[in-house]
Design a binder for this molecule. Sequence first.
Ligand code: FES
Length: 380
Amino acid sequence: MSSSRPPSSIRREASSAAPERDLTKRQYLRFAFYRLDPLWRRLPAEEQISHKRELVETIMSFKRRMLLRPYSLMGTRADAELLLWQISESPTVFQELATAIARTSMGGYLQIAYSYFSQTKRSIYEIRRPLNGHQDQLIVEPTDAKYLFVYPFVKTRDWYQMSLPARQGMIDEHIEVGRRYPSVKLNTTYCFGLDDYEFIVAFETDEPSDFLDLVQDLRETEASRYTKQDTPLFTCLSMRLGEALDALGGAMAFEPVETVEHAISDAVTDVCSLDELPPGSTRVVYHEGRQVALFNVGGQLYAIENRCPHARGPLSEGSVSDSECTVVCPWHYAKFDLKSGRVVDGIASSGVERYAVSVVDGVIQISDAVPAMAGNGIKS
Ligand code: FES
């Protein structure tokens, strides 16, 4: 019987030549930079307040459908004032949010200054020793770092003409330089064919001077010769949405962030089932927008802030001592008491916040309801 199917040997060859597909979901990202029409600042104060509140309500209604981080560029750039960093598994929601913003009263005064659209992808290069803060490259998990540095990036075509081993060697050098700056976390995303560039890179840190030194050091690497474009570069300050809108000027519509950030919330978050955290294991969970490291030490559960106060090392990746009930930061080895959050050894000058943990019907819950203690790391 004749068949249009190729012989199996040919099919095997064809399939081995085809690029391997990664079936894990990739994320889409949008970096939308806005500039406010100065005419808006001449509106009556009541209108400004109602515009801001309407805009916050509109944007927050998308909270369940995407991860959204607001940043202010007031005082750092002349051509953009507000960034909405958006992450989702579908690009459709970006379009819906853009339309919803445009329909608000304040949206009539907001102009898009720059917009970048990208997607996550696993690197073709081997990262032999994971970088500090290295995460699954298909999932972007923003930290709560104070600063974000964003820029589009294009390599020269000569770069792509070199062999993969030659490029891998230069990437290795690049990565080694990055290791000198553990306080800087890199998020690389791809936009070949999706936007005008090849990559959009976003660096998170609490130390702008570390980022400056890192970029200067990278100029001396061999790979730098193959950079075609790495501007414009945006320095962005992380803020709550209301605070970022108040930073634009006009009448203040929201509480100052200090009072909001240090308020103890009575919210309780279901984070995972007890079965998912067996003794000896650790997980990163989220409570009220904060990253929390959850530990099961011999059947006792502890929850502390995930970021080390020294340079934001991920405490969830640290080594835990069951006998001492401590965790040692994987980056520079500061040691924290899991019961109190206090720093008990090492370079960190303060402790970390701790959270109350309870188990209800087999579900682990996190809340802020931990009594204040004297000493480091406890909210007051
Ligand atoms: S980041 Fe340096 S000790 Fe934790």
